[in-house]
Design a protein around this ligand. Structure first.
Ligand SMILES: Cc1cc2nc3c(=O)[nH]c(=O)nc-3n(C[C@H](O)[C@H](O)[C@H](O)COP(=O)(O)OP(=O)(O)OC[C@H]3O[C@@H](n4cnc5c(N)ncnc54)[C@H](O)[C@@H]3O)c2cc1C
Length: 419
């Protein structure tokens, strides 16, 4: 600890998405003063519009089968992963790194690391779900990965072995058993990998509940406060941050948890974190007899979650840069992609549409650790498709580091300086 005897520890968190809010909660638990500063209004980020599936054991995007399909992905507007060709050196570098991550050995390593992280995270989620203030936004009803093709069923059964090996609770059921449990599933579904003890979140409700609870516990949360710089001096490390309005907010610990924007932010402090924004979309639909069971449609990669007062269809990964443009065709893919699995979805009424940006590293692993050369500064980003799932373990790691303690798991593979 480098602060003076009488100076209270004050942690500033840059970014109020799920990662920033869970870190704030952890720092409060450790009796630091906490300030969360967010550039937006807290309403419209990846953390509010995601599919809400807390999915330990979810594999990274970079899997060994992908490189052979790269050309197809570059050209196919209807592929779940879509990369519109654009002359962008950082995208090219990222794609080369991504390709390396697809080799079987790197993939295996990434799976092992993510599984270790998500197992720990799951324990924290169980504790969080037991808290009255959050319990209304989390359910332990489990979810299924539904498969309509023989080959995908086979892959799912192979995954089942890996999930059991890594200590996750899962079972494979056939299509009839799935329809017995939930008649909303169509006769096209041949089988499903069921994750009976996993949790589901209503993402925006959960974030709002976390925010309210943090305020009750004494955190200061400010929206529309964009941070431009970390302030530090050589003797005492971090001394505060500066907003884009020139306001100085003092604190002796700072955590960059600004999702995809962390990259640009960290760069100005000499840290290069190659990330791409992987845009995802959701539509909320209203229909008669919606499914009660959340699912991921395994072939089309559409996530289906009954939450937020309707049915959410979420998915697609589009590497088209940091922007919020809608591509209608990709939005439509969500209903088309889910209609093979769930009866009546194709003509369901769409009540709202949304898109948001996942912060994706090329190696599929998050970036969690200290900012080199700046005592008291930390970063937690790059959670890609798993930010909700990995939020609590990330918070626990940052909490330990902020207090100068050993983290609860080996964080060498998550090192911000690894690139
Ligand atoms: C369609 C879709 C479906 C998904 N489904 C799932 C799922 O089922 N399960 C799962 O685990 N994950 C899922 N994810 C991934 C998950 O949503 C993300 O990994 C997670 O939300 C990232 O959280 P974050 O806090 O890092 O970033 P964000 O939610 O992007 O929050 C970052 C915050 O930082 C703020 N900010 C940016 N710059 C600054 C600045 N300079 N100063 C101050 N504040 C700043 C922003 O305003 C924003 O509020 C999904 C994502 C998408 C898009």
């Amino acid at each position: 600890m480098h602060s003076g005897m009488n100076q209270p520890e004050r942690g500033i968190i840059i970014g109020g998405g799920i990662i920033g809010m869970l870190i704030a909660r952890e720092l409060l638990r450790r009796e630091l003063d906490v300030v969360v500063l967010d550039a937006g209004d807290g309403e419209n980020t990846a953390s509010t519009g995601n599919a809400g599936i807390i999915a330990p054991g979810h594999p990274p995007i970079a899997h060994p089968g992908l490189p052979a399909r790269t050309l197809q992905l570059l050209l196919d507007h209807d592929s779940p992963l879509y990369i519109p060709p654009r002359p962008n050196p950082s995208l090219l570098r990222w794609l080369l790194g991504f390709r390396r991550s697809c080799n079987p050995r790197n993939y295996e390593t990434a799976v092992e690391i993510l599984n270790g992280l998500s197992r720990l995270s799951m324990e924290h989620w169980q504790d969080l779900a037991a808290q009255d203030v959050l319990s209304g936004h989390l359910e332990s009803t489990g979810w299924v990965e539904a498969c309509c093709e023989e080959a995908t069923c086979q892959q799912a059964m192979n995954d089942l072995d890996l999930l059991h090996r890594d200590g996750f609770d899962a079972e494979f059921i056939d299509g009839d058993e799935l329809r017995r449990r939930d008649p909303a599933f169509s006769r096209h579904v041949l089988g499903a990998l069921a994750h009976p003890s996993d949790m589901l979140a209503d993402p925006a409700g959960l974030l709002a509940a976390l925010r309210e609870d943090l305020v009750v516990r004494g955190a200061l949360i400010r929206h529309r406060c964009r941070i431009d710089a970390l302030l530090h001096d050589r003797r005492s490390g971090v001394i505060g941050v500066e907003s884009s309005d020139g306001e100085i907010i003092e604190g002796n610990r700072a955590v960059i948890a600004a999702g995809i924007w962390s990259d640009r932010f960290a760069r100005s402090h000499g840290l290069h974190i190659p990330m791409q924004a992987a845009k995802g979309y959701h539509v909320m639909v209203s229909m008669d007899a919606p499914p009660r069971t959340a699912c991921v449609c395994r072939e089309s990669m559409v996530g289906v979650n009954p939450c937020a007062g309707g049915l959410r269809l979420a998915g697609t990964l589009e590497l088209s840069g940091i922007n919020s443009r809608f591509i209608r065709r990709r939005l439509n893919m969500l209903r088309i992609g889910a209609s093979r699995y769930i009866k009546g979805i194709r003509h369901a009424e769409v009540t709202s549409e949304w898109n948001g940006l996942r912060p994706c590293t090329a190696d599929g692993l998050p970036v969690i650790g200290a900012v080199p050369g700046m005592e008291g500064a930390f970063i937690a980003t790059g959670h890609g498709m798993m930010g909700v799932t990995l939020g609590p373990v990330t918070a626990s790691i940052i909490g330990s580091l902020v207090e100068g303690q050993a983290p609860p798991i080996d964080i060498a593979p998550l090192d911000p300086a690894r690139f």
